[in-house]
Design a protein around this ligand. Structure first.
Ligand code: PA5
Length: 460
């Protein structure tokens, strides 16, 4: 394992009897998950870190090779679980500055180039500004599309796909466009499946027993990540090694169960927010993936820690004050990578008198680690308990393990909370209202209701 979960900094917040009190519930949740007998068990296919059959893998790698040879840029269209894990992986493993501009409306002007085409994202918003900017950049590029939607009916990616497909067909003709479009969706159902069949696109399947936010290690993530040049074999190896280790360890011996226990102990003691703290700018999208995983899995029936993220040291100059001194509502979970062996070193400078000569010769990663530990101690003193996930290397193998650690922990934690961690009934409410307003047939009663609300609020 290249990943270690360390809950020692939480000792002063959690008494031994509190560990003992939660042990039975965590063990039962872990058993229910691993024996596939808990709530939503039909969506635990991800537990097996299954590999594709050889024939399917060969077909996939042929399509990947074609996209890499035809395209200097690939637009990945998707939202939620059909987007977040891909972006997270590419950000952590990619390069932040091999950039042609701020093409996808995201927080950083980063273009992902592991060793293949640039990857841009679309379909995770309904912003005309962001999509227009993407179209501008694509004007001078040879591009292709990977569209991902398990249901095949999600509004945001469906709109982006219409627009980008039209642009592709204008440029290359229908047949040329066909060779540059790859679809990942349900095996049988949904508008995207039937459209792909009619148009003759290459398609891959989102397994029926894997929900969106648990799907990055299926074709959902593997196809675009392989196109970008990520070593997906290594990522899958990391995931299966972690899965094997966690499945073989029972009860509280499993680090992901320990993390689930910590979350639930502090939640029962009144903490309502969990901060995922990272120390690398490239981890921003990973934080977004983690927020979706825990938010959508656990936030049900009035339960669940609110998942939020901070980036250190940046946010020590903005959110640090609140974390240190605001209401004592938080648990903090840090994901920390081991120092890079070739990290930059602080040079000596006889002309500067900033009191930092003690740092001369230290690597930036060493300094970052000291800043983190100083922060963790200050937060503990201020009443914010912290645990740390240490990751030894920034590799596809390690990302496979990290994703698996959080997947298992999230499912166990959801069971301990008493919710089904694999559904998302709360997402439907906004969709129904939006589709009613967009005139979808069959939603006439809902349309009347939302229009009336908007009139009363003076919004329409
Ligand atoms: O985790 C989930 O199930 C969701 O976040 C979905 O991934 C998201 O809503 C996108 O759905 P789809 O892939 O059907 O377009």
């Amino acid at each position: 394992m290249v990943l270690r979960y360390d809950h020692s900094p939480i000792q002063s917040f959690v008494a031994p009897h509190e560990w003992q009190a939660i042990e039975a519930a965590v063990s039962a949740a872990s058993d229910a998950l691993k024996s596939r007998s808990g709530l939503g068990a039909q969506y635990t296919g991800w537990l097996f870190a299954r590999r594709q059959a050889q024939e399917e893998r060969t077909r996939m790698m042929d399509v990947v090779a074609r996209m890499r040879s035809l395209c200097d840029t690939v637009v990945v269209i998707g939202i939620g679980g059909s987007y977040a894990g891909i972006r997270a992986t590419l950000d952590v493993l990619g390069h932040a500055y091999q950039s042609v501009g701020r093409a996808d409306g995201a927080r950083f002007a980063s273009v992902h180039r592991a060793s293949g085409p640039d990857v841009f994202f679309a379909g995770y918003h309904i912003s005309s500004v962001a999509l227009t900017q993407l179209l501008d950049v694509l004007e001078h590029r040879s591009f292709g599309i990977v569209v991902i939607s398990k249901s095949g009916t999600t509004t945001e990616p469906a709109i982006a796909f219409r627009i980008l497909k039209q642009r592709l067909e204008q440029r290359y003709g229908k047949e040329g466009a066909r060779t540059r479009i790859v679809v990942t969706t349900d095996a049988h159902t949904g508008a995207l499946r039937s459209h792909a069949a009619e148009a003759g696109y290459d398609t891959f399947v989102v397994p029926a027993d894997v929900g969106g936010r648990y799907s990055v290690l299926t074709s959902v993530g593997l196809v675009p990540l392989a196109i970008a040049g990520i070593d997906i074999e290594a990522m899958q190896d990391g995931a299966s090694d972690a899965m094997e280790a966690y499945r073989l360890s029972s009860g509280m011996d499993d680090p992901s169960a320990q993390y689930a226990a910590v979350r639930n102990i502090v939640h029962r003691k009144g903490k309502t927010i969990e901060l995922l703290a990272t120390t690398e700018p490239s981890m921003w999208a990973f934080g977004e993936w983690w927020k979706q995983l825990f938010g959508e899995s656990e936030g049900k029936d009035g339960k669940g820690l609110f998942p939020a993220t901070v980036q250190y040291t940046t946010d020590l100059h903005s959110m640090g004050q609140y974390v240190q001194d605001g209401p004592r509502l938080m648990l903090q979970t840090v994901v920390a990578f081991a120092p890079h062996p070739n990290a930059l070193v602080v040079p000596a400078d006889v002309d500067v008198h900033d009191g930092l000569d003690g740092c001369v010769g230290m690597t930036l990663d060493e300094i970052n680690a000291q800043a983190l530990y100083g922060t963790v101690i200050a937060h503990a003193d201020g009443g914010v308990p912290t645990t740390i996930v240490h990751v030894q290397e920034r590799t596809p193998y390690a990302i496979g393990q990290l994703v698996t650690f959080f997947h298992i922990a999230c499912a166990i934690s959801g069971y301990v909370v008493g919710v089904n961690p694999f559904d998302q009934p709360g997402v439907e409410a906004y969709k129904r209202n939006m589709l009613a307003l967009l005139g979808k047939p069959g939603l006439e009663a809902e349309r009347a209701y939302v229009q009336e609300q908007l009139r009363r609020w003076g919004l329409q």
